[in-house]
Each structure stands twice: as structure tokens, then as C-alpha cells.
Design a protein around this ligand. Structure first.
Ligand SMILES: Nc1ncnc2c1ncn2[C@@H]1O[C@H](COP(=O)(O)OP(=O)(O)OP(=O)(O)O)[C@@H](O)[C@H]1O
Ligand SMILES: [Mg+2]
Length: 287
């Protein structure tokens, strides 16, 4: 096992109800067995941040941040510029180490002990704002590369795609509505389509959690509407955490919205609740 794999470094979450060791992992009524390397979501939460603080030269970009996201949820994160939204994603993906606090993936995987590569392999995919597709390769080839970068497929990096892998790529192409563009160069796609292709490249690796930072920035209204549909179709199959300033977009997809301000959760709830929260109104209008 390579040094970044977490399996042998699994430690129980402080809240983990390991209880009596059951004879079989499926025998939930007698407790459960923590399977090394598997994401344990028996209590519902797939991501759990507690009292996370990140300081840059004394300035707290995250300040006692608490956040819990359920498995399969589509969580929207909003907040003014500098609220700490991107920093929060940096902490989840291991790009930035918190000065204090805990970050758990399921109940047993402590993300603060893993590096970025291990976190990606554990099942947390992140989409950056600027699309980074390979322009000279076809859409299909971009997805093929992404699929082969998945640790589970490494052995086949230089092998031809097998039928199952082809089916997976076709499935992703249909999900991101690029089936017809599959064999043309990615460089010819529109900005919005490139964003979808990049999301598809993440999906090819079957992530449990997808982090999307300002995914509709620069998209046309039509592309934005189609992205909303895409995200709603992914909800449940994956957990999505979406940071966006586009409130119409958030309104279309939102179930639970978390408002960040000065590195801390200011409000959380459905869209109507947070929109009518006096603290939220003050932060947005008082800018
Ligand atoms: N590497 C860094 N060094 C110093 N300060 C940083 C660093 N990264 C972020 N910050 C500061 O931390 C604060 C939070 O930044 P962050 O990028 O997380 O905000 P954000 O909510 O994503 O904002 P935006 O909506 O503009 O993208 C900002 O004041 C930013 O200047
Ligand atoms: Mg940001």
C-alpha cells in the first residue's frame, strides 16, 4: 500500500458509534464494522467540519467554521467576496491545512491527515473555475484519460478501453449532454460545454463528493439553466457542494443553503429562510 493511502491510518470519528463489533458488516442492529478505506455514512453525514480555523498572517480566512453535509445532498454555499468559500474547499481537498479543527469524510476518514492526491482518490473531486480540458484531444479522449487516471483503472493505463469503460464514458457523455460532440476536439466546445466536459471528467472517476466553485461563471443564460438541470440530475447519486454568486442559479437548485461570512456560518436553511434572515440581508446590503 502506498504512503498516501488512508486505509491503515483510519481512525474513528469521535462521534463514531462503533459499539459492539458485529459478525457481519451488514448486521446494523448489532453495531457495525468500519471497513478500512470505505466511506462510512451510517449517520448520514458525508462531510463534517468542526471548529475549523485557517489563518493567513494572523487574518482568519476561516474562523470556527462548522459544517455538516449529508450524503447525496446538493448543498449551496453563498457569501460575499472574501467570506472564505474557496478556502473552505481548499481545506476539504487538502490544499490548505487548517490551524485548528477537524475535517471528516464520513465518520472515519480524517481529511487533515491525507494529502491532495489521497483525498481525490478517496472520492472527493473538485472543479476549479477555469476549465482545464485538453483542447487538442477529442471530448471522448478527454473522458478516456480521466477514467484511466482513476486509481482503480491504473493497471489499464496503456490498455484499450474495455466494454465497461466505454459504457461508462457513453453514460457520462449523455449526462453532460455532449454525446454528439464526442469525437470533435474539445477546443471547439463553447465555454459552458468545456465546463461540462470538466465535470464529466470528474464524474468518470465516480466521486462521492463533487466540489464546484463558481461553476456557472461566464456561462450564457441557456448554459446556466442546463447546468442547473445537470446538477439536479446528479444530486442523490453524488454529494454536490456548490459555491456560486449567481442567485438565480442558486434559487433554481437550492435545497439547503449555507451563508458564509468572515469565515463563519452566518445562516443556514432553505432559500427563503436565509434570504429573510436579517443578518444575511445586512451582510449583502451593507457591502
Ligand atoms: N493564500 C492566501 N494568503 C493570504 N490570504 C488569503 C489566501 N487565500 C485566501 N486569503 C484571504 O482569505 C479570505 C477568504 O478568501 P476566499 O478566497 O476563501 O474567499 P471567497 O469566499 O472564496 O471569495 P470570492 O467570492 O471572492 O471567491 C480573503 O480575505 C482572502 O484575501
Ligand atoms: Mg472564491
Amino acid at each position: 500500500m502506498s504512503d498516501y493511502e488512508y486505509g491503515n491510518r483510519c481512525i474513528p470519528h469521535p462521534y463514531a458509534l462503533v459499539g459492539t463489533q458485529a459478525d457481519s458488516a451488514s448486521d446494523a442492529s448489532y453495531g457495525r464494522v468500519v471497513v478500512p478505506g470505505e466511506v462510512d455514512v451510517t449517520h448520514g453525514a458525508i462531510l463534517y467540519l468542526e471548529s475549523v480555523t485557517v489563518s493567513f498572517d494572523g487574518f482568519k480566512a476561516l474562523n470556527d467554521l462548522n459544517l455538516s453535509v449529508d450524503d447525496g445532498e446538493l448543498r449551496c454555499i453563498i457569501g460575499p467576496n472574501g467570506a472564505g468559500k474557496t478556502t473552505m474547499m481548499d481545506v476539504i481537498t487538502g490544499k490548505t491545512r487548517p490551524d485548528a479543527g477537524t475535517v471528516y469524510f464520513g465518520q472515519t476518514i480524517d481529511l487533515t491527515r491525507l494529502n491532495e492526491v489521497a483525498i481525490a482518490h478517496a472520492g472527493i473531486g473538485r472543479k476549479f473555475q477555469k476549465p482545464t480540458v485538453f483542447e487538442n484531444l477529442s471530448v471522448f479522449e478527454n473522458l478516456e484519460l480521466a477514467l484511466k487516471m482513476d486509481k482503480r483503472a491504473w493497471k489499464s493505463l496503456f490498455a484499450k478501453l474495455n466494454g465497461e469503460q466505454r459504457d461508462r464514458i457513453d453514460e457520462v457523455l449523455a449526462t453532460i449532454k455532449l454525446s454528439e460532440a464526442a469525437h470533435g476536439p474539445a477546443g471547439r466546445l463553447s465555454h459552458g460545454q468545456k465546463q461540462w466536459l470538466e465535470i464529466g471528467m470528474l464524474l468518470a472517476q465516480s466521486p462521492r463528493v463533487l466540489l464546484l466553485d463558481e461553476p456557472v461563471a461566464g456561462m450564457t443564460d441557456q448554459e446556466t439553466a442546463e447546468t442547473a438541470e445537470l446538477f439536479l440530475s446528479l444530486k442523490g447519486k453524488h454529494t454536490l457542494i456548490v459555491v456560486e454568486h449567481d442567485m438565480d442559479f442558486i434559487n433554481t437548485i437550492a435545497h439547503t443553503v449555507t451563508v458564509l461570512h468572515e469565515g463563519h456560518v452566518l445562516a443556514e436553511g432553505d432559500m427563503a429562510t436565509v434570504q429573510n434572515d436579517p443578518k444575511v440581508i445586512e451582510v449583502y446590503l451593507g457591502r
